[in-house]
Every structure is written in structure tokens, then in C-alpha cells.
Ligand binder design. Structure first.
Ligand code: XUL
Ligand code: MN
Length: 347
């Protein structure tokens, strides 16, 4: 029997969010980074994800040497806690410079800012001991299609990725596609788009992807299919498991919260592809529900991992032989019910 994978878990400081939404303010008090790190350790997670300014707050006002000394101090705190840095991602959607996009902005000064900030994020990744740069291309798209030239936008994305690949020979770019929000339409909405654009860069083998369950669902796709697709290319370098109830705003619900069967199929896809065999983590990009009280603040992360581990047992105990017999007999009604009863615990 193939060796069973032991999964390792991770989340980011933003996953302990304070409850703000476009219609109302925070519902929980702000906490320090140290508090968040303590919570991560208390829950027994293995690693933390970072935006560049999670690692170095107010990064734009800081010099390279300040960035170096602050990041090294952070690395020591992480080492002392036995926590790894899983990835670093440039937060390119907050600055006044990126109002109209970052790498695909119509303003050359904004594009220059976005690339320079990404190179600084690569420095941070190096100081923190990870070679994964996650690129969620938040504003690389349009509100109205006439405002940008789509063909030129692809060229600009490739140009930006090439600068990052040339800057550091070890860095790997993990593109995190999302079809919409904040934009009406994004230029790289799916894993197929991300992996296709990788082929246009100077080093395609260092351009891969990160799948987020909710983003795949927003694109009308099954996240399990996205996992199989990316892993057929050996390019799934990180994963944001969560859930999403249909086509609406990005919900970042606990893993399995809306559709247990879709979550079960993600587990099956991870298992059949041996996700994690090269050290990749299971990251939960989940948020607490807005009404969550302070004393229940960590539950969405603990619950996501509990659901993951229960579904892992379900994936491993699924009767594949019987399933294959039903497939051979084209008895999909029985296969369907077999899955439901397995999930409901009847067999
Ligand atoms: C946005 C999203 C981000 C990225 C990291 O929808 O998922 O949190 O995962 O920049
Ligand atoms: Mn995400």
C-alpha cells in the first residue's frame, strides 16, 4: 500500500479577521501579531502565510535595511515558536498606486511601483526561508472592458512575472486565480489561465498555482477538478481550502460548511495526487462569521481542520472496489447513493 501522507496545516494573520464588511465596522477588537502567532501555536498548526505587510507593517515607508532587520526579527520569533513561513504575497490592492490595477495598470508609474514592491516581497520571502511568492491578482482585470486592452494586459503580466523570475533564480510564483471580486472580470480567472500564462514566461517551470476552493466555485468549476488539473502539471504548490455557497461575494466559509460532498471530492483529489509529498501545506483561507464572539474567534480554523481530518478518513475508507463495480455496470444511481450513505455514516 502506498505510504499515507501526513498533512501539515497553515493559515494567515488575516484569517483572524475582526468582522468588518462593506456595510459595517469591526465586531471584534484588533489583536497584535504576537497574539495571532500564539493562537496558531495553541491550535497546533505548523506554518503561517504572510502578506508582505503582515511581515513588515507600513512597508512602503520603510527602507531596504529596515525591511531586512524587521523580517529577520520576525524569522527568529517564528523559529523560536517552531512555526514555518509558508509563503509571502505582495498586497497589491490597498495602495493609492494600484487603484486601477498593479501590473496591468494603465499608468506606467503604478506598474513600476507594483513590480518594485513585488521584488521587495521576494526579499522578504528569502529572509523568512520560503521560495513561494503567491500572486493573487486582485485588481488585474476591469470594471468595464473598454478601460484596458486585454491582449496588452497579458503581455504586461508576463513582463512583470519575468522581472520577478529574473530577480531571483530560486523564487517560484504561485498564481492564485479568482474570476471576480474586487473586479468585474479578472484576466486570470482559473487554473487553466494561470498555467497557460506560465508557458509565456522566461521560466515556465517556476510558475505554478494556488487553488482556493471558493475561487474555483465562483468560476463555476469543481475545486476537485482544478486540483487534478494543476497536479497533472505538478504545479499545485499551495492550497486555500474553504467553502462558498454559490455565486455571490467571496465568502471564505469554513471548509465543507456549504457542501460536504464537494469537500469530500477535494480530499479524494488530494489523496490520489499525493498532495503534500514535496512539503506543500494545507492552508485554510477562512474567516470567522461576522457575529462571532471573541471567545469563539479560532473556531472556524479548528473546525476546518476537524472537517478536513474527518473527510480524510472518509476518503481513505471509501469502498473503491465496490465503486468501480458500479462504474463498470454504469449504475450511477447506486454510486451516487453509496457516496451519500458513506458521508452520512450508514456503512
Ligand atoms: C482573496 C484571497 C487572498 C489571498 C492572499 O480572495 O484569497 O486572501 O489568498 O493574498
Ligand atoms: Mn486565498
Amino acid at each position: 500500500m502506498a505510504k499515507q501522507n501526513r498533512y501539515r496545516f497553515c493559515f494567515g494573520p488575516w484569517n483572524l479577521s475582526e468582522g468588518q464588511d462593506p456595510y459595517g465596522p469591526t465586531t471584534r477588537p484588533a489583536q497584535t501579531f504576537d497574539w495571532k502567532l500564539d493562537q496558531l501555536k495553541a491550535l497546533g498548526f505548523d506554518a503561517m502565510m504572510f502578506h508582505d505587510d503582515d511581515a513588515v507593517p507600513d512597508i512602503d515607508g520603510k527602507s531596504d535595511s529596515q525591511i531586512r532587520s524587521e523580517t529577520r526579527a520576525l524569522k527568529k520569533r517564528l523559529d523560536d515558536s517552531g512555526v514555518a513561513a509558508e509563503m509571502v504575497a505582495p498586497r497589491l490592492w490597498f495602495s493609492p498606486m494600484t487603484i486601477d490595477g498593479a501590473y496591468t495598470s494603465n499608468d506606467p508609474k503604478a506598474r513600476k511601483y507594483a513590480i518594485e514592491r513585488s521584488l521587495r516581497t521576494i526579499d522578504i520571502a528569502n529572509y523568512l526561508g520560503t521560495n513561494i511568492l503567491v500572486l493573487w491578482l486582485a485588481r488585474e482585470g476591469t470594471y468595464l472592458r473598454e478601460s484596458k486592452n486585454g491582449r496588452r494586459s497579458i503581455d504586461l503580466l508576463v513582463e512583470a512575472f519575468d522581472k520577478m523570475l529574473a530577480y531571483d533564480k530560486r523564487i517560484r510564483l504561485a498564481i492564485e486565480p479568482k474570476p471576480n471580486e474586487p473586479m468585474d472580470h479578472a484576466y486570470l480567472p482559473t487554473i487553466g489561465h494561470a498555467l497557460a500564462v506560465a508557458q509565456l514566461t522566461r521560466d515556465p517551470k517556476r510558475v505554478g498555482c494556488l487553488i482556493e476552493s471558493a475561487h474555483a466555485i465562483l468560476a463555476g468549476l469543481d475545486p476537485a477538478d482544478e486540483i487534478d488539473f494543476a497536479m497533472a502539471f505538478n504545479k499545485l504548490w499551495s492550497l486555500h481550502l474553504n467553502d462558498q455557497n454559490g455565486l455571490k461575494f467571496d465568502q471564505d466559509k469554513p471548509f465543507g460548511s456549504s457542501n460536504l460532498r464537494v469537500a469530500f471530492n477535494q480530499l479524494r483529489a488530494l489523496e490520489r495526487n499525493s498532495y503534500g509529498k514535496n512539503g506543500e501545506y494545507i492552508c485554510f483561507d477562512v474567516h470567522p462569521f461576522r457575529p462571532t464572539k471573541v471567545e469563539h474567534w479560532m473556531a472556524h480554523l479548528d473546525n476546518s481542520r476537524r472537517t478536513f481530518l474527518r473527510l480524510l478518513e472518509k476518503a481513505r475508507s471509501f469502498d473503491e472496489k465496490r465503486a468501480q463495480q458500479l462504474v463498470a455496470d454504469r449504475n450511477y444511481a447506486a454510486l451516487d447513493q453509496m457516496v451519500l450513505e458513506h458521508l452520512m455514516g450508514r456503512d
